[in-house]
Design a protein around this ligand. Structure first.
Ligand SMILES: *[C@@H]1O[C@H](CO)[C@@H](O)[C@H](O)[C@H]1NC(C)=O
Ligand SMILES: *[C@@H]1O[C@H](CO)[C@@H](O)[C@H](O)[C@H]1NC(C)=O
Length: 112
C-alpha cells in the first residue's frame, strides 16, 4: 500500500510597519498551515490610507527576499500574486500551488 503524505508547511508571519509609528497594520492569518498544492492568501490591512505596500519573504535561514511593491492593481511573480486596494486599505498576497519551499515568514510594509 502506498500512502501519500501531504507536506505540511507553516507560514508564519509577523508585521512591520514603517513611516508612521502610530499607524496600525494588521496581518491575517497569523500562522498558516497548508498542504502542498493548495492555494492560500494572506491579508494586510491598515488603519490609515495606504500609498503602497511592499511584500517580503523571509526564509527559515533568515534570508529576506523582496517580493513586490504594489501601489495599485495586481502584480504577479511566478506562483505569487499581490493585489492592493488603497481605498479599502488592504492588500492580499496569494500563493498558488504552495510548495514546501514557501515556508517562510511573510512581511508587509505599508507606505502611508
Ligand atoms: C489554485 O488556483 C489556480 C488559479 O486560480 C486554480 O487553477 C487551481 O485549481 C487552484 N488550486 C486549488 C487546489 O484550489
Ligand atoms: C483589518 O480588517 C479587520 C476585518 O475587516 C478589522 O476588524 C480590523 O479592524 C482592520 N484593522 C485595521 C488596523 O484597520
Amino acid at each position: 500500500m502506498k500512502t501519500q503524505v501531504g507536506v505540511l508547511m507553516a507560514l508564519l508571519w509577523i508585521q512591520i510597519c514603517w513611516i508612521r509609528v502610530e499607524m496600525q497594520v494588521e496581518q491575517s492569518p497569523g500562522v498558516l498551515i497548508l498542504q502542498e498544492g493548495r492555494n492560500s492568501s494572506l491579508t494586510c490591512n491598515t488603519s490609515v490610507a495606504m500609498a503602497g505596500v511592499q511584500w517580503f519573504q523571509q526564509n527559515p535561514g533568515g534570508h529576506l527576499i523582496f517580493l513586490f511593491y504594489i501601489a495599485s492593481g495586481v502584480q504577479q511573480k511566478g506562483r505569487l500574486e499581490a493585489t492592493v486596494n488603497t481605498k479599502e486599505r488592504y492588500s492580499h498576497l496569494y500563493i498558488r500551488d504552495s510548495q514546501p519551499g514557501d515556508s517562510a515568514t511573510f512581511f508587509c510594509a505599508v507606505e502611508a
